[in-house]
Design a protein around this ligand. Structure first.
Ligand SMILES: Nc1ncnc2c1ncn2[C@@H]1O[C@H](COP(=O)(O)OP(=O)(O)OP(=O)(O)O)[C@@H](O)[C@H]1O
Length: 467
């Protein structure tokens, strides 16, 4: 049976091309030949586009008649390696020369073979070159996977805390569901800990030593969804300068976390559903189908059932992703957790900014009564800001609760954001952002849309104002 794989033979002698082709065609699926090394680049590109990327090039060392220096071979070897580092190049020459062989291998060739060859000898060298090419491809893939993993490690989550009954219930569902491969849908307002929950599920699952790959659908331009999810081939669209591995493939063996699932456009929902049903994907512009083994975790701060009713979200996709549902309570619904969280973040930021600080009992009561519209994210930012601004050994919570720019009383929330008692644009902007968040019950995407901001721009403002 023929082996999968593509080989290109480059030699200016037509007899050599015919002999090598006849032999290798019996063993490999794709065998291309050329007597002109200037065609190499175009053939490699065409094979790539046809999803039959060249794995091995069998390359003559000397193209000009009577040339024996091997210089041309080295020139084309370097060109091939810079065009596609995954290709293994097997050099051949009629003038067997150990010194040349050593130099060729030092320059990056996979091996060296002397002409005329014995068939068995050539087959052995080509098989070794194929295995070298597979190793190179694997290393390339692992390097990309490592980069993606390092990004997730960079966002190392905080501890996941909660003593309230509501959070204990959440932890219990995580315990039960983590070890199954069930798809999980996490819902809750912005800042309630949906991403932290996704990490907790992955870490408690049997996939914990495999990648955890996330994709925030809220911050993606519509044209990028498909390529981010499934990857693309070089040249698939303008700007696709090289192959890109999609998140599905990066997460293979591990967990894929799709944040803000409600933002996925309807035409992309069909593709996601097909990928989940078939457990296979095809990169944009490619034709090769790739098997995928992932555990899917999705999050949303939208009501997806309502989105189904409004025709914005596919019912069949919702059924696919919500085998288990976890609803995270807003912080104001579990105010008994507030002291625990305040102390945890106080300790964290006091250590970070090398401060010794505590929270007075009366201030803790005020913090517990505050309604925290931005949930735990707001609490963490508020504590960090207070740690920086406090002067004594007691945490000064005036920057959290009573400064005019950050304090939010129920009155203020119900007041019109554009009732000007100040013309300070920053304060007006901050109030407007708050009012929009309140209006959309903490739904960042909706608030951003209403304000005419991208989700990224909205998050920058939330950070800036510690919301
Ligand atoms: N239970 C918790 N214990 C400790 N920290 C928490 C908890 N919940 C959330 N946080 C912290 O709050 C911040 C926001 O959490 P996370 O990103 O998980 O929220 P989210 O619900 O995914 O938000 P969004 O919908 O805006 O993406 C993070 O810094 C996280 O560490």
């Amino acid at each position: 049976m023929k082996q999968a794989g593509s080989i290109l033979i480059v030699d200016d002698n037509p007899d050599v091309l015919i002999a090598a082709r006849l032999l290798l065609k019996q063993h490999y699926q794709v065998v291309k030949t050329t007597d002109n090394p200037f065609d190499i680049e175009a053939i490699i590109n065409a094979q790539h586009e046809a999803d039959q990327a060249i794995d091995v090039v069998l390359l003559d060392m000397n193209f000009t008649q009577d040339s024996i220096s091997g210089k041309e071979g080295f020139y084309w070897l370097k060109k091939i390696m810079s065009q596609d580092a995954n290709i293994a190049v097997l050099l051949m020459t009629a003038y067997s020369d150990i010194q040349l062989a050593v130099e060729a291998i030092k320059a990056g060739a996979s091996d060296f073979i002397a002409k005329p060859w014995q068939n068995e000898q050539l087959l052995g060298a080509v098989a070794a070159a194929f295995s070298h090419a597979k190793d190179k491809q694997q290393v390339g893939k692992l390097t990309k996977q490592k980069q993606a993993l390092q990004q997730s490690i960079g966002n190392q989550p905080f501890e996941f805390l909660g003593q309230s009954d509501a959070m204990q219930q959440v932890f219990s569902v995580i315990d039960k569901a983590a070890n199954t491969d069930a798809n999980i849908l996490i819902s809750g307002e912005s800042g309630t800990g949906k991403e932290l929950t996704a990490h907790a599920i992955h870490n408690a699952s049997q996939r914990q030593s495999q990648p955890f790959i996330s994709l925030d659908m809220g911050s993606l331009a519509e044209s990028l969804f498909e390529s981010e999810l499934f990857g693309h081939k070089k040249g698939a669209f303008t700007g696709a300068k090289e192959d890109r591995i999609g998140r599905f493939e990066l997460a293979h063996g591990g967990s894929l976390f799709l944040d803000e699932l409600g933002n996925l456009p309807l035409n992309q929902q069909v593709k996601l559903l097909a990928a989940l049903q078939n457990r296979q994907i095809t990169p944009v512009g490619g034709s090769k189908v790739i098997d995928i083994d992932i555990r899917l975790i999705c999050a949303t701060n939208e009501n997806l059932e309502q989105a189904v009713t409004e025709g914005k979200f596919r019912q069949d996709l919702l059924y696919r992703v919500n085998t288990v549902e976890i609803r995270l309570p807003a912080l104001r619904e579990r105010s008994e957790d507030i002291p625990l969280l305040c102390n945890y973040y106080l300790q964290h930021f006091a250590h970070k900014y090398k401060r010794e600080l505590s929270i007075a009992a009366s201030d803790m009561t005020r913090l517990s009564q505050y309604h925290w519209p931005g949930n735990v994210r707001e609490l963490a930012h508020a504590i960090e800001r207070a740690v920086i601004l406090s002067e004594g050994t007691e945490l000064d919570i005036s920057s959290v609760i009573s400064s005019p720019s950050t304090a939010v009383s129920t009155n203020e929330l119900s007041s019109n954001a554009t009732d000007y008692d100040t013309f300070d644009l920053e304060i007006i902007e901050q109030r407007t952002v708050r009012a929009a968040l309140k209006h959309f019950q903490g739904n960042v995407s909706h608030a951003a849309k209403a304000l005419g901001l991208t989700r990224g721009a909205m998050y920058r403002r939330l950070e800036k104002y510690g919301l």
